[in-house]
Design a protein around this ligand. Structure first.
Ligand code: WT7
Length: 591
């Protein structure tokens, strides 16, 4: 069964959606989270469900045949899914999960590229009361394995190719994984291996389903993120997060009912879920999803042809657009574009100035994290942009620059002082736990402050400026990578005695991963071995996580207890003056 054979959903009384009349000034003054909650449709008896708010409420409101998802395939295909289509398909998926024995709280992992099945599985999982856990398709077998084990995935949705390459060999280690739904399998499936054809299974189910039974604090989303030490952490989010998704979509990204909206982030990461699925749908927009990878001309063509109104992208992509030059834009009319925003890494002032000059309007930087679930700090539509600044906290968000005290408390620092960016708890999309790791979760808080692990400063006018990370994680092309995963993979090679990983500044990716390696006795540091090690890491970790550069050293700098001092490696790489070394050795937050 394929999309073309899908039964058409009935067209219910369509009316032209009215644009919401937004009063941003009133939102700033009269803000309360209760009022934000009251904008949602909600469910009987105080229930709440992200997928219901994203899809079914619009069907009920008379927008059933409006396009919810416009999918652009990498080979030129194009498919439209109305809100009614998405409602029916996600109902089918929820019904399917129940038939497969999935119970509320079970984790459903999805490892695919940006294909429609991902969106259906995400929404259907939420309707069934199960937990949606996306896995980035460019991860290699090792990061996939770690996440499948840690999430205790009960069902996996993937493609035959990704299954063969990244999952098959490790199935024995995954006792909780009972069924694997393959999106491109057309045959009957195989009960013994648990491999089932996604579409055939979906079409066996009814498109009808009663309202979801989830409560506001039920676990809904699981997003893996990295710290300095240990395996990746699974940040737990609940259905209440949709209050913040909807509100921030509107306040920070200016998404309005009926907008055409394009978020270029992959749903394998939190941005691609919070702002690539939930926030725009919860505001009644049409999602544009492009399956293909970055290409400057293709992107400008999409902006023009799809008449994109709101565009959310990342600094790495913006720098690549700058590199492609105005010629890639030639002849394109971006007249429909009303608002452009960026997230994930520092947005350099030149990029803001360039966008004003070349695209005719500025990119608006926004700041948040996997743990915060939604945008916290932003250059909102009404705010005067200071290029290089992340903007100001959104309504309902209190941010401060703090210094941790030894007694576990924090001191709030004056303006123009560098310190750790902290947020006062109390917003609905704050993560509720690191799955199975509550100690690590507790360490993120001091009193009622959540500590972000980012260094920043606030100026006298309340604008926040990013300074760097307080720990050793690195951002490469917008992806957060922890040293533990990379170093552990390299340590599995027989020649490797010690590894330290750092982020090395890069014109486009912000940073690239560079590994320093000390070899075991008997191994020669030469170019052949260097290439072999990089290839070894790529095979295990995938191209998004593997180091791009590798340098041999006789010894790696270590503390007396044997911990590798990545900060010294970084200082050496960046040619920092020796005087700075003492400060570089200072305690890094090990989250
Ligand atoms: C880290 C969070 C991007 C949200 C989803 C990814 C860095 C995020 C900015 C920005 C400078 C930024 C921070 C943050 N970051 N936005 N506007 N300027 N740095 O979340 O993968 O958990 O990454 O991304 O270091 O802590 P994530």
């Amino acid at each position: 069964m394929t999309w073309t054979t899908l039964p058409k959903m009935p067209e219910s009384g369509e009316s032209t959606p009215q644009l919401l009349n937004l009063d941003h000034a009133a939102m700033q003054t009269g803000f309360s989270w209760d009022a934000a909650r009251a904008e949602l449709a909600g469910l009987p008896n105080g229930g709440l469900n992200i997928a219901f708010e994203a899809v079914d409420r619009w069907v009920a409101a008379g927008f059933a045949s409006r396009t919810a998802l416009r999918w652009l395939g990498k080979n030129g295909e194009r498919r439209e899914f109305s809100y009614a289509d998405l409602a029916g398909l996600s109902n089918r998926f929820a019904n399917l999960l129940e038939r497969l024995g999935v119970v509320p709280g079970d984790r459903i992992c999805v490892l695919t590229g940006r294909i429609p099945e991902l969106y259906i599985a995400a929404l259907g999982t939420l309707k069934a009361g199960a937990v949606f856990c996306p896995l980035f398709s460019a991860f290699g077998p090792e990061p996939v394995r770690v996440r499948l084990v840690k999430s205790q995935a009960r069902v996996l949705v993937t493609t035959t190719l990704l299954y063969e390459r990244k999952v098959r060999a490790q199935c024995d280690e995954l006792p909780d994984l009972r069924q694997i739904l393959l999106t491109d399998l057309l045959a009957d499936g195989d009960d013994a291996t648990g491999l089932l054809p996604f579409h055939e299974q979906l079409m066996m189910e009814s498109a009808e389903r009663g309202p979801p039974a989830t409560r506001p604090e039920d676990m809904a989303l699981l997003h893996f993120t990295s710290g300095t030490t240990g395996t990746p952490k699974g940040a737990v989010h609940v259905h209440n997060a949709v209050i913040a998704h909807r509100l921030t979509g509107r306040l920070a990204l200016d998404v309005r009912l009926g907008d055409i909206y394009w978020c270029t982030a992959d749903p394998g990461w939190v941005t691609g879920v919070s702002y690539g699925i939930i926030a725009p749908l919860a505001n009644g927009a049409t999602l544009v999803v492009d399956e293909a990878e970055f290409d400057a001309r293709r992107w400008y063509a999409i902006l023009e042809q799809e008449q994109v109104n709101v565009w959310y992208t990342a600094p790495t992509a913006i720098r690549m657009l700058m590199k492609a030059g105005a010629v890639a834009l030639q002849g394109r009319d971006l007249g429909a574009l009303r608002f452009m925003a960026s997230v994930g890494e520092p947005l350099n002032p030149e990029a803001v100035i360039w966008s004003r000059e070349v695209l005719g309007q500025p990119f608006h930087d926004t700041w948040w994290q996997t743990e915060t679930g939604a945008i916290m700090i932003a250059n909102t539509p009404g705010l005067a942009i200071r290029p290089g600044s992340m903007g100001q906290p959104l309504p309902g968000i209190e941010a401060a620059i703090v210094r941790r005290r030894t007694d576990g408390g924090v001191d709030i620092l004056a303006s123009d002082t560098e310190g750790e960016l902290a947020l006062r708890v109390g917003w609905p999309s704050l993560f509720r736990d690191y799955l199975g790791d509550s100690d690590r979760y507790q360490r993120c808080f001091a009193g009622d402050w959540y500590l972000s692990g980012d260094l920043a400063r606030r100026d006298a006018d309340g604008y926040f400026w990013f300074v760097g990370r307080a720990d050793d994680v690195i951002k490469t092309a917008g992806h957060l990578i922890g040293p533990f995963e990379v170093e552990s993979a390299l340590l599995e090679h027989p020649a490797v005695a010690e590894v330290g990983m750092i982020g090395k500044p890069d014109e486009f990716a912000g940073q690239i991963i560079k590994a320093f390696v000390a070899l075991k006795p008997g191994y020669e540091p030469n170019d052949g071995l260097r290439k072999e090690l990089i290839g070894f890491a790529r095979t295990r970790l995938g191209p998004a996580v593997a180091p791009r550069e590798l340098e041999f050293m006789v010894d790696l700098p270590k503390t007396r207890s044997g911990k590798i001092l990545r900060r010294l490696l970084r200082a050496r790489e960046l040619d920092l003056p020796l005087g700075d070394l003492s400060t570089l050795e200072g305690d890094a937050a090990e989250s």
